[in-house]
Structures are given as structure tokens and as C-alpha cells.
Design a protein around this ligand. Structure first.
Ligand code: ADP
Length: 586
């Protein structure tokens, strides 16, 4: 318990007793966080939380100060995902809170545990709408976007509020929780001992959830009867940190698997049972599909034909019962935490009961070999000007030798192509745009990966995507983080060669082809490189990683390289041609 030094309750002293020690809301927040093992806070300071950040730092919590709350929030979310415990973001009232809310909503969508603590303005002024400084009913504003939102109305409820926020974020399906602490509550002084009694440490914050035996048997029977079984591993499986149990289930059953992008590396991408390179065939033909921590959302075409076999039966392993049947009827729901479900499956499967027919694995292996050969040919080509493939192959070859490197990836083409080209070999080392396919996570995720792991990070960014969080280069340099940002600079959103047929204004998708992102990082003391060939990318990345410091490589890509909307052009609504503009250009 930390108490305010030099402050004592004078009435007690006047009675002749020893002066009571005092504390306040700021101290109680820090004490409650420390008591619950929060060791890092990501934030942007300002009224009323500047002293909270100072105090946290003074009390041994690491505070990482950002330039924009969205990026601080994304960092907290990534920390939550990587550590399987809530990441904490700290924001100021109204605009700062709203900036952070984007990341909190994104964390909720991705099922990452995160708590955004925000200071807020005077309740009585806010509620009567009297025009306070940064006035906003933040609790109401947060509500629709988060797993839960709470407000602490009295200083003695701070401990309860923090305990509640942390437990809600981490238990069941993880998500984003908003905790509102008005300035007046932070500044309220109370007796230190009484304050200490209001704090508590969570017991079993994310309890195991065991599946019922009959649910386990139902799934085993389905798998045992399958002719073409398939496992889909999602980022929930990566998050669960049941790596060895997942490997042992996959290997003992021989079932082929497809990893979703953030599940890459859960088993190494060159694992013989990976059907990633035969994904379309696997989805189209599988007759029993076991989803492990993966939702049948848009990323999996909602489980619908023609991408999927319309006769496929689904088994779904998920901690959230409401997820079951959301897109397709689930023949065998396995509701529970992944580790407990895998334990139960291992326990209840009879030896040899699940065996994968060789005809199926052979068919997938043949398609994998065919597609891998096709890809190798495309990767061998080294055209000038540089294309995405050439630059990304160079990145792949450098980081392949260093599997401890974290890869952050966002963009349209930069995301689609890197996902296919860059193999992962270690669990939870790939962080990307996720469930929303959002842009702007780049620097926040990269900073969190570096801060939380101490390992080097390579952030492969589309030039457009990078723009959403680019100012955090200063944060990376200020904290001297081992982050190398690699920009696929084709001078545009999607591509850089679009023209506005009517005026001299750039087209809506045009950015500056001549932009020198490498000079941006030099402004903050980092090392900038400009690369126009794959060989230059290799040399720059090798040198940057060896230096261990902040660096940025601006890869000059052919402006005509890239597809509008990348692999998801089909999501653009079809429209009619206006003048010489045809919507949904492919
Ligand atoms: P992807 O985008 O990789 O397909 P999703 O984010 O769609 O993955 O799915 C993750 C799923 O994992 C969510 O439905 C979530 O409820 C579930 N999940 C998260 N943690 C666990 C866990 N420990 N045990 C079981 N399911 C989990």
C-alpha cells in the first residue's frame, strides 16, 4: 500500500493519536493494478490522468507514452493477446477516450483481453450538460462497442472497479472493457488503511471451462466417421496457449489443418499436415470440419458454398456458447476452453479411433506440391521495378533465419501477399489486421510486441496502412525499441497509378509515389533505408536487425503493382458506370 507522504488527518492528530496516513484515488488505482500483476500501461497523458501515469511509473509499473490514443490502445490489445492477461490503456477524457475506443472496440471484435481506463470530467456538469472541459458521457458512449463498461463513482470503489474490469476482460470470451474514473474520484483523499481494505487480488481470473463428456463423445464420433476431416486453427487457439496439446491432437489424429492468419506458427508452417497451400481444395471437399478458436465469419466465407462443401458437418471448439450456430448449424458444439477441450478429447478418444484416410491426405499433398511449385516460380521472378513478391521474399528469407522475430502485418496487398509468402514457425508471432481487416494497428502492435517480449519486431506495412500510426515512429525511437518497419511503398491506397480524369487533384487512392518514409524515422534518430531491389531489401533488413535499434526500410514498389481491395475486391458493392468511372475496379 502506498500512502501520500506528508499528509495526515489533522483531526486525528489533534486528538493526540499518531496521525493517520492518507491515500487518494490515484494511489488506489496504481495499488489495485499492481496487486493484480499489471506491469505495463500504454497511454497518452493529459487532464486528469497525468499524475496517474507518473505515479504508476514511480511505483514500478512501466508506462509507455504514445502520440495517439488509438495506437496506445492497439498496443494494450496486442499485449493482452500475447500474454493472455488484460493489456491496459490509459486515456484522457472525451477526445482521448474516443480515440482509444477504436482500439477497445477492435480488441473486443478480436476477442483480445484489454481494459481502457479513462479519466472523465465532472459528473454533475456532464450530466446537466453544462459545458465542462472535455464534457462527455463516456460510459454511455463506450457501451455499444465493448464487452462491458463500468464507472467508479466513489473512491472506495476503485479496487472493486479494477477487479471487475480485469475479470470481465479475461474470463470467458476475452474482450475489451471500459473503466471510467472521473477526475473528482481520482482526487479524493481517504484514510490509507481504509483504502487498502477496498483492494483485492483476483482469484482464478479466467476459470477453466470443461466440456460435457457427451459433447466430447459426439465430436469424436463425427471425426472418427469422417472421410475428409479438416481442422481449422484460429487466433483463439493461438491465444489459448495450449500449443503442445494442439500439436499432439493434430499429430495423433493425422487430420490436416488450415491455420487462420494469426494462428500461423502455432504449428510450424512447413508442418507436413498443413493444408495451407491447398486451402481452397481443403475447404471445398472437407466433410467434417473442426473449428478450434476460429469463427465462421467473413474470413471463412461464413462456411457457405461454393467455398465450402455444402454437406460439411462442423465441430466447433469455442469458449463462447453464443458463437455456436452463428453461421452454420454446428453438428458437434464443444463449448469450453481449448485446453480443457483438448484434454477431454485426448482422454475420451480410444486408441486408433480417429484415423485420417490416406486418400484425403494424399489428395491434399498433391495439391500442396502443385501450388508450392507455382508459388516458387512467382517468387523466383525478379522484375524491375520491384514488385510486392520480390520485396516480401527478401523479407521472408531474412526473418526465416530468426524465428524469434515478431511479424506485424497490415495493408491490402501488403497483407494478402505477406500472409502467403512469409512462413511462421513459432506460436503468436504474427499480429495482423485481424477480424475487422482494420488498418492502423501497425505501430501499436509492433511496440507492444517489442515491449512485452524484448524480441525484435518486423512490421510489414502498406504505405497507406502505415499512415494511420506513422507518428509512433517517434515512440519507437524514444523507447529505443528493436522495431524495423518495412513499407511496401507503391504510392497509393491499393496501388499508386490511379488518375483523376477531371482535375489536377490526386485521385482518391493516390498517395505520394516519391514519399521518403525512410527520412521520417531519421528525424527521430532512427536509421532509414531506401530499397529499390530485393537485394537492397535483404541488405537493409539484415543490417537493421543486426543493429537492434529502430529502423525503417522504404521499399520502392512498382506503382502499378497491387489489386484494388486486395483479395477482398468482391466485397466492393457493384455499381453503375458514371462518366468514365467504373466502380469496384478490379
Ligand atoms: P480467426 O480470425 O483466427 O478465425 P476468431 O477471432 O474468428 O479467429 O475466433 C477466435 C475464437 O476463439 C472466438 O470465437 C473466441 O470466443 C474463441 N476463444 C478465445 N479464447 C478461447 C479459449 N481459451 N478457449 C476456447 N475458445 C476461445
Amino acid at each position: 500500500m502506498t500512502a501520500l507522504s506528508g499528509l495526515a488527518a489533522t483531526d486525528t492528530a489533534a486528538n493526540g493519536d499518531a496521525p493517520a496516513e492518507l491515500t487518494d484515488g490515484y494511489h488506489l488505482v496504481v495499488d489495485a493494478l499492481k496487486m493484480n500483476d499489471v506491469d505495463t500501461i500504454y497511454g497518452v497523458v493529459g487532464i486528469p490522468i497525468t499524475d496517474l501515469a507518473r505515479l504508476a511509473q514511480a511505483q514500478g509499473i512501466r508506462y509507455i507514452g504514445f502520440r495517439h490514443e488509438s495506437n496506445a490502445g492497439h498496443a494494450a490489445a496486442a499485449a493482452g493477446y500475447l500474454n493472455k492477461k488484460p493489456g491496459v490503456a490509459l486515456t484522457v477524457s472525451a477526445p482521448g477516450f474516443l480515440n482509444g475506443l477504436v482500439a477497445l472496440a477492435n480488441a473486443t471484435t478480436n476477442c483480445f483481453p484489454m481494459v481502457q481506463i479513462s479519466g472523465s470530467s465532472e459528473r454533475h456538469l456532464v450530466d446537466l450538460k453544462q459545458g465542462d472541459y472535455e464534457e462527455m458521457d463516456q460510459l454511455a458512449a463506450a457501451q455499444p462497442f465493448v464487452k462491458a463498461a463500468y464507472r467508479v463513482g466513489r473512491v472506495e470503489d476503485i479496487g472493486r472497479g479494477i477487479a471487475r474490469a480485469l475479470r470481465t476482460a479475461i474470463s470467458g470470451r476475452p474482450g475489451g472493457v471500459y473503466l471510467d474514473i472521473p477526475a473528482a474520484v481520482l482526487g479524493t483523499i481517504l484514510d490509507a488503511e481504509a483504502g487498502a481494505r477496498t483492494l483485492s487480488r483476483l482469484v482464478d481470473p479466467a476459470p477453466r471451462q470443461l466440456p460435457a463428456p457427451e459433447a466430447v463423445d459426439r465430436a469424436i464420433e463425427l471425426l472418427a466417421a469422417a472421410e475428409r476431416p479438416l481442422v481449422v486453427l484460429g487466433k483463439g487457439a493461438a491465444y489459448a496457449q495450449a500449443d503442445e496439446k494442439i500439436r499432439s491432437f493434430v499429430e495423433s489424429t493425422g487430420v490436416p489443418y488450415v491455420p487462420m492468419s494469426m494462428a500461423k506458427g502455432l504449428l510450424p508452417d512447413d508442418h507436413p499436415q498443413s493444408a495451407a497451400a491447398a486451402r481452397s481444395l481443403a475447404l471445398k471437399k472437407a466433410d467434417v470440419v473442426m473449428l478450434v478458436g476460429a469463427r465462421l465469419n467473413w474470413l471463412l466465407n461464413h462456411g457457405e458454398a461454393p467455398q465450402w462443401n455444402p454437406e460439411a458437418k462442423f465441430i466447433q471448439v469455442d469458449i463462447e456458447p453464443r458463437e455456436i450456430d452463428s453461421n452454420q448449424p454446428i453438428a458437434a458444439p464443444l463449448v469450453g476452453d481449448i485446453e480443457s477441450v483438448l484434454d477431454a478429447l485426448a482422454e475420451r478418444t480410444k486408441p486408433g479411433q480417429i484415423a485420417t484416410p490416406a486418400a484425403w491426405t494424399d489428395e491434399l499433398a498433391a495439391r500442396t506440391a502443385q501450388n508450392t511449385a507455382k508459388m516458387a516460380k512467382r517468387l523466383e521472378a525478379d522484375p524491375s521495378p520491384m514488385q510486392f513478391m520480390g520485396a516480401l521474399k527478401a523479407v521472408r528469407d531474412v526473418i526465416r533465419r530468426r524465428p524469434e522475430i515478431y511479424l506485424v502485418n497490415e495493408g491490402a496487398n501488403a497483407l494478402d501477399i505477406a500472409r502467403n509468402v512469409i512462413d511462421m514457425h513459432v506460436p503468436r508471432h504474427r499480429l495482423d489486421s485481424g477480424t475487422w481487416g482494420v488498418m492502423g494497428i501497425g505501430m501499436g502492435y509492433a511496440i507492444a510486441a517489442a515491449v512485452e517480449s524484448g524480441a525484435p519486431v518486423v512490421a510489414v506495412e502498406g504505405d497507406s496502412a502505415f499512415g494511420f500510426s506513422g507518428m509512433e515512429l517517434e515512440t519507437i525511437c524514444r523507447y529505443k525499441l528493436p522495431v524495423v518497419t518495412v513499407i511496401m511503398n507503391n504510392g497509393g491506397v491499393y496501388r499508386g497509378d490511379d488518375v483523376n480524369p477531371l482535375t489536377n487533384d490526386p485521385s482518391p487512392t493516390t498517395l505520394m509515389v516519391a514519399a521518403r518514409h525512410d527520412l521520417m524515422i531519421e528525424a527521430f534518430g532512427g536509421k532509414g533505408y531506401r530499397a529499390t531491389t530485393p537485394a537492397e531489401v535483404t541488405a537493409a533488413l539484415t543490417e537493421a536487425l543486426a543493429s537492434g535499434g529502430p529502423a525503417l526500410i522504404d521499399c520502392v514498389i512498382d506503382p502499378s503493382a497491387g489489386t484494388e481491395s486486395g483479395h477482398i475486391a468482391h466485397l466492393n458493392p457493384k455499381g453503375i458506370t458514371v462518366g468514365n468511372i467504373t466502380p469496384a475496379k478490379k
